[in-house]
Ligand binder design. Structure first.
Ligand code: DGP
Length: 206
Protein backbone atom coordinates (compact mmCIF):
# COMPACT_ATOMS: atom_id res chain seq x y z
CA UNK A 1 0.00 0.00 0.00
CA UNK A 2 1.28 3.51 -0.86
CA UNK A 3 2.41 5.66 2.04
CA UNK A 4 -0.18 8.42 2.60
CA UNK A 5 1.10 11.76 1.33
CA UNK A 6 -1.84 13.99 2.21
CA UNK A 7 -2.36 16.00 5.38
CA UNK A 8 -5.33 15.84 7.70
CA UNK A 9 -6.30 18.84 9.84
CA UNK A 10 -9.23 18.63 12.21
CA UNK A 11 -11.13 21.44 13.91
CA UNK A 12 -13.04 20.48 17.02
CA UNK A 13 -15.06 22.53 19.47
CA UNK A 14 -18.40 22.84 21.14
CA UNK A 15 -21.43 23.78 19.07
CA UNK A 16 -21.40 27.39 17.81
CA UNK A 17 -17.70 27.84 18.52
CA UNK A 18 -17.12 28.94 14.92
CA UNK A 19 -15.59 25.74 13.52
CA UNK A 20 -17.52 25.74 10.28
CA UNK A 21 -16.75 29.39 9.54
CA UNK A 22 -13.07 28.82 10.32
CA UNK A 23 -12.81 25.69 8.17
CA UNK A 24 -14.43 27.52 5.28
CA UNK A 25 -12.23 30.62 5.65
CA UNK A 26 -9.09 28.48 5.75
CA UNK A 27 -10.06 26.31 2.79
CA UNK A 28 -11.12 29.34 0.69
CA UNK A 29 -7.82 31.08 1.39
CA UNK A 30 -5.68 28.03 0.69
CA UNK A 31 -7.52 27.31 -2.56
CA UNK A 32 -7.15 30.98 -3.62
CA UNK A 33 -3.42 30.75 -2.89
CA UNK A 34 -3.17 27.63 -5.02
CA UNK A 35 -1.88 25.68 -2.02
CA UNK A 36 -1.17 22.03 -2.87
CA UNK A 37 -2.33 22.73 -6.46
CA UNK A 38 -5.80 23.32 -5.10
CA UNK A 39 -6.02 19.80 -3.65
CA UNK A 40 -7.75 20.98 -0.48
CA UNK A 41 -11.05 19.56 0.72
CA UNK A 42 -13.50 20.57 3.44
CA UNK A 43 -15.40 17.75 5.17
CA UNK A 44 -18.02 18.21 7.87
CA UNK A 45 -19.18 15.35 10.12
CA UNK A 46 -21.80 14.14 10.60
CA UNK A 47 -22.27 13.87 6.83
CA UNK A 48 -26.03 14.15 6.67
CA UNK A 49 -26.59 13.07 3.07
CA UNK A 50 -26.29 9.27 3.45
CA UNK A 51 -29.10 7.09 4.85
CA UNK A 52 -27.31 7.00 8.21
CA UNK A 53 -26.63 10.73 8.04
CA UNK A 54 -30.30 11.48 7.38
CA UNK A 55 -31.23 9.50 10.47
CA UNK A 56 -28.70 11.49 12.48
CA UNK A 57 -30.10 14.73 11.09
CA UNK A 58 -33.59 13.74 12.26
CA UNK A 59 -32.19 12.71 15.63
CA UNK A 60 -30.33 15.99 16.11
CA UNK A 61 -33.43 17.97 15.14
CA UNK A 62 -35.49 16.03 17.69
CA UNK A 63 -37.70 14.40 15.06
CA UNK A 64 -36.83 10.84 16.14
CA UNK A 65 -35.55 9.25 19.35
CA UNK A 66 -32.73 6.70 19.49
CA UNK A 67 -31.29 4.65 22.32
CA UNK A 68 -28.04 6.33 23.42
CA UNK A 69 -25.82 3.45 22.28
CA UNK A 70 -27.61 3.34 18.92
CA UNK A 71 -27.07 7.03 18.32
CA UNK A 72 -23.38 6.71 19.17
CA UNK A 73 -22.97 3.74 16.84
CA UNK A 74 -24.72 5.61 14.02
CA UNK A 75 -22.42 8.64 14.41
CA UNK A 76 -19.48 6.26 14.36
CA UNK A 77 -20.88 4.33 11.38
CA UNK A 78 -21.25 7.66 9.57
CA UNK A 79 -17.51 8.16 9.96
CA UNK A 80 -16.75 4.57 8.97
CA UNK A 81 -18.86 4.75 5.83
CA UNK A 82 -16.50 7.52 4.63
CA UNK A 83 -13.23 6.03 5.92
CA UNK A 84 -12.20 4.44 2.64
CA UNK A 85 -12.79 7.67 0.72
CA UNK A 86 -10.86 9.68 3.33
CA UNK A 87 -7.92 7.30 3.09
CA UNK A 88 -8.05 7.48 -0.68
CA UNK A 89 -7.92 11.30 -0.62
CA UNK A 90 -4.95 11.14 1.74
CA UNK A 91 -3.20 8.65 -0.53
CA UNK A 92 -3.81 11.03 -3.44
CA UNK A 93 -2.12 13.86 -1.55
CA UNK A 94 -5.11 16.00 -0.57
CA UNK A 95 -5.10 18.35 2.39
CA UNK A 96 -8.29 17.52 4.33
CA UNK A 97 -9.75 20.21 6.57
CA UNK A 98 -12.28 18.45 8.73
CA UNK A 99 -15.05 19.90 10.86
CA UNK A 100 -15.67 17.38 13.72
CA UNK A 101 -14.64 13.74 13.78
CA UNK A 102 -14.12 10.91 16.26
CA UNK A 103 -13.30 13.29 19.14
CA UNK A 104 -16.75 14.89 18.88
CA UNK A 105 -18.06 11.34 18.92
CA UNK A 106 -16.41 10.45 22.19
CA UNK A 107 -17.00 13.84 23.82
CA UNK A 108 -20.69 14.25 22.99
CA UNK A 109 -21.61 10.65 23.64
CA UNK A 110 -20.03 10.95 27.09
CA UNK A 111 -21.25 14.48 27.87
CA UNK A 112 -24.75 14.20 26.44
CA UNK A 113 -25.56 10.51 26.79
CA UNK A 114 -23.44 9.51 29.73
CA UNK A 115 -22.00 6.55 27.86
CA UNK A 116 -18.81 4.81 28.85
CA UNK A 117 -15.81 6.75 27.53
CA UNK A 118 -13.74 3.69 26.67
CA UNK A 119 -16.61 2.03 24.82
CA UNK A 120 -17.26 5.23 22.85
CA UNK A 121 -13.59 5.47 21.93
CA UNK A 122 -13.31 1.87 20.69
CA UNK A 123 -15.96 2.18 17.96
CA UNK A 124 -13.73 4.66 16.09
CA UNK A 125 -10.44 2.79 16.51
CA UNK A 126 -8.90 2.13 13.07
CA UNK A 127 -10.27 5.22 11.30
CA UNK A 128 -7.74 7.39 9.43
CA UNK A 129 -6.50 9.81 12.07
CA UNK A 130 -5.74 13.54 11.80
CA UNK A 131 -2.18 14.87 11.91
CA UNK A 132 -3.25 17.97 13.82
CA UNK A 133 -6.30 18.87 15.88
CA UNK A 134 -7.20 22.50 16.58
CA UNK A 135 -9.63 23.03 19.42
CA UNK A 136 -11.54 26.30 19.19
CA UNK A 137 -11.51 27.47 22.75
CA UNK A 138 -14.18 29.96 23.85
CA UNK A 139 -14.34 31.42 27.33
CA UNK A 140 -17.54 31.17 29.35
CA UNK A 141 -17.77 34.99 29.33
CA UNK A 142 -17.57 35.11 25.56
CA UNK A 143 -20.21 32.38 25.23
CA UNK A 144 -22.51 34.18 27.65
CA UNK A 145 -22.06 37.39 25.65
CA UNK A 146 -22.98 35.63 22.44
CA UNK A 147 -25.91 33.78 24.04
CA UNK A 148 -25.56 31.20 21.30
CA UNK A 149 -27.71 28.39 22.64
CA UNK A 150 -30.83 30.47 23.21
CA UNK A 151 -32.44 29.27 19.97
CA UNK A 152 -31.79 25.58 20.84
CA UNK A 153 -31.83 24.65 17.15
CA UNK A 154 -30.53 21.12 17.73
CA UNK A 155 -30.71 18.53 20.47
CA UNK A 156 -27.33 19.21 22.09
CA UNK A 157 -27.46 23.01 21.99
CA UNK A 158 -27.91 23.39 25.72
CA UNK A 159 -25.49 25.49 27.77
CA UNK A 160 -24.93 22.93 30.55
CA UNK A 161 -24.31 20.05 28.18
CA UNK A 162 -21.94 22.14 26.08
CA UNK A 163 -19.98 23.04 29.20
CA UNK A 164 -19.58 19.31 29.99
CA UNK A 165 -18.50 18.74 26.38
CA UNK A 166 -15.93 21.53 26.72
CA UNK A 167 -14.46 19.88 29.84
CA UNK A 168 -14.32 16.54 28.01
CA UNK A 169 -12.55 18.17 25.06
CA UNK A 170 -9.98 19.74 27.39
CA UNK A 171 -9.42 16.39 29.06
CA UNK A 172 -8.90 14.74 25.68
CA UNK A 173 -6.57 17.51 24.52
CA UNK A 174 -4.37 16.80 27.50
CA UNK A 175 -4.51 13.02 27.39
CA UNK A 176 -4.81 12.03 23.75
CA UNK A 177 -2.03 9.60 23.10
CA UNK A 178 -3.17 8.32 19.72
CA UNK A 179 0.05 8.02 17.76
CA UNK A 180 -0.36 10.87 15.31
CA UNK A 181 -2.74 13.56 16.53
CA UNK A 182 -1.27 16.73 18.00
CA UNK A 183 -3.69 19.03 19.82
CA UNK A 184 -3.52 22.78 19.89
CA UNK A 185 -5.95 25.06 21.71
CA UNK A 186 -6.84 28.15 19.72
CA UNK A 187 -8.34 31.24 21.32
CA UNK A 188 -11.68 31.56 19.49
CA UNK A 189 -12.99 34.65 21.26
CA UNK A 190 -11.98 37.17 18.57
CA UNK A 191 -13.86 38.14 15.43
CA UNK A 192 -14.02 35.48 12.68
CA UNK A 193 -11.24 37.35 10.83
CA UNK A 194 -9.02 37.48 13.95
CA UNK A 195 -9.51 33.78 14.66
CA UNK A 196 -8.83 33.02 11.00
CA UNK A 197 -5.51 34.88 11.17
CA UNK A 198 -4.53 32.84 14.24
CA UNK A 199 -5.47 29.57 12.57
CA UNK A 200 -3.75 30.52 9.32
CA UNK A 201 -0.50 31.38 11.16
CA UNK A 202 -0.65 28.08 13.06
CA UNK A 203 -1.25 26.23 9.83
CA UNK A 204 1.71 27.94 8.15
CA UNK A 205 3.95 26.85 11.01
CA UNK A 206 3.07 23.19 10.69
P1 DGP B 1 -22.70 20.16 13.69
O1 DGP B 1 -23.29 19.60 12.41
O2 DGP B 1 -21.22 20.45 13.55
O3 DGP B 1 -23.52 21.30 14.20
O4 DGP B 1 -22.75 19.00 14.78
C1 DGP B 1 -23.86 18.22 15.02
C2 DGP B 1 -24.00 17.76 16.42
O5 DGP B 1 -23.68 16.37 16.49
C3 DGP B 1 -23.20 18.44 17.49
O6 DGP B 1 -24.08 18.80 18.54
C4 DGP B 1 -22.23 17.38 17.97
C5 DGP B 1 -22.94 16.11 17.67
N1 DGP B 1 -22.06 14.96 17.39
C6 DGP B 1 -21.14 14.87 16.42
N2 DGP B 1 -20.58 13.66 16.41
C7 DGP B 1 -21.17 12.97 17.42
C8 DGP B 1 -21.04 11.62 17.91
O7 DGP B 1 -20.26 10.81 17.42
N3 DGP B 1 -21.81 11.29 18.98
C9 DGP B 1 -22.72 12.15 19.52
N4 DGP B 1 -23.46 11.74 20.55
N5 DGP B 1 -22.87 13.41 19.06
C10 DGP B 1 -22.11 13.79 18.03
Amino acid sequence: MNKPTGRFLLLEGRDKSGKTTQCELLVDRLVQEGYNQGKVLYIHFPIRTTAIGQMLDQYLKGEIELAPQVSHLLFSANRWEHAKQIQQWLDEGYLLVMDRYCYSGEVFSVAALNLDRHWCHTTDVGLPMPDQVFYLDLTEEELAKRNVYAKHEERYEVQELQERAHQEFLRLAQSDTSSCSQWKLLDASGTPEQVHQLLYQEFKQL
